[in-house]
Design a protein around this ligand. Structure first.
Ligand code: FE2
Length: 375
């Protein structure tokens, strides 16, 4: 008789590239001062730190924002020259860096380089009166990078060079808790290359795959593979466009971002109805689904704890997998180019990404694409 041997949980297996979690996400933007105000006022982030000319950094200004475990850095160049200005000129506002928090940055960098990573920055020690941080960075798709951050010998606020800020303006939190996943869009035919990069270089595993039959509407299609690190705290779905009747939303992104990049960041909440109600009241714009979605949603997902009325009122979507269900909603792009947007997600057991909503969601995106003349 064969015994059933459960697969070990990811955290119990040997992790080729141990990552504690997301350290921060850095955006390179045209006007970090105003972007910071948007994230504070609309999303409820707290401004906690600043680095710029007043702290001795001459070429850029950076604002550190925090809400629970989500840490964002918004950076603008102070002159037309250099990599930040060039990035903003080419891509518009966007994600430059999804930083990994690790125990040993030198070892992590060496392991990644040995397995074929592209170096962006060799391990560098930066220090101030609060101790030292070891920073390194490797490239991923497009002009996006992964910084590798070792902070075990640092007691300061964030990174050397940042100073704590205090402001009389304290918008309340909207209940955002942590980064659930970050999705990348890559060019046609490149998804498997980047899946291979995360597998081979960073020891991630492919936990879910969606083909163009799962993710298609009358007009457009895409394919997606979800990559997860060893402890499951970092999840990176990677999309590529697939052939459809009209231009896929991924192609629209690639055209306007001028290459691959981060498409959306999903942030978790424990109370999606409260969070979305608050975000809407503060001016965050969401994609809407037709009310007919709510006529059949419970037939598809079964019993849920929430009343359907507030979900329908706010446009929150529901999906179920073997382990539970999830509630999710997507913002419109948060800049004029149809590039980066946000997902707000509440997981009630489900570990998946809302495949049952893809059709309703993509039809909503296509209505927006059509309005922009890009379908
Ligand atoms: Fe997502």
């Amino acid at each position: 008789m064969t015994a059933t041997i459960p697969s070990p949980a990811p955290s119990e297996t040997h992790d080729a590239f141990p990552i504690n979690g997301t350290d921060y996400i850095e955006f390179w933007v045209g006007n970090a001062k105003q972007s910071a105000h948007y994230y504070r006022a609309a999303f409820g982030f707290e401004l906690v730190g600043y680095r710029g000319p007043e702290t001795g950094v001459r070429d850029r200004a950076s604002y550190l924002l925090q809400q629970d475990k989500v840490r964002l850095v918004l950076t603008s160049p102070l002159s037309p020259d250099g990599v930040i200005a060039e990035h903003v000129r080419r891509h518009g506002d966007g994600v430059r860096d999804m930083a990994f928090w690790v125990e040993d940055a030198r070892a992590a960098y060496a392991a990644a380089m040995e397995r074929g990573a592209t170096s962006v920055m060799e391990p560098t020690v930066v220090s101030d009166a609060d101790g030292e941080v070891v920073l390194a960075a490797i490239g991923t798709y497009g002009d996006t990078i992964h910084s590798i951050v070792e902070r075990r010998n640092y007691r300061g606020l964030f990174l050397p060079g940042f100073r704590a800020t205090s402001s009389p303006y304290h918008p309340t939190s909207t209940g955002l808790k942590y980064v659930d996943h970050c999705v990348g869009n890559v060019e046609l035919g490149k998804m498997n290359e980047w899946v291979g990069f995360y597998e081979r270089v960073l020891g991630f595993t492919n936990i879910l795959t969606f083909d163009d039959k799962t993710i298609s509407t009358e007009y457009s299609a895409l394919m997606s593979k979800v990559m997860s690190n060893g402890n499951g705290r970092i999840k990176f779905p990677i999309n590529e466009p697939a052939q459809g009747k009209k231009k896929s939303q991924i192609e629209e992104y690639l055209d306007f971002y001028h290459g691959p990049g981060v498409q959306h960041i999903a942030i978790a909440t424990d109370d999606i109805i409260g969070t979305v109600r608050e975000l809407k009241a503060r001016g965050v714009e969401f994609l809407s689904v037709p009310l007919t979605y709510y006529e059949t949603v419970l037939d598809r997902v079964g019993k849920i704890d929430e009343d359907i009325a507030p979900l329908a009122e706010l446009g929150i979507l529901v999906d179920r997998d073997d382990e539970g269900y999830l509630l999710q909603i997507f913002t419109k792009p948060v800049q004029d180019r149809p590039t980066l947007f946000y997902e707000i997600i509440q997981r009630k057991g489900a570990k998946s990404f809302g495949a049952g909503n893809f059709k309703a969601l993509f039809e909503a995106i296509e209505r927006e694409q059509d309005a922009r003349g890009n379908l």
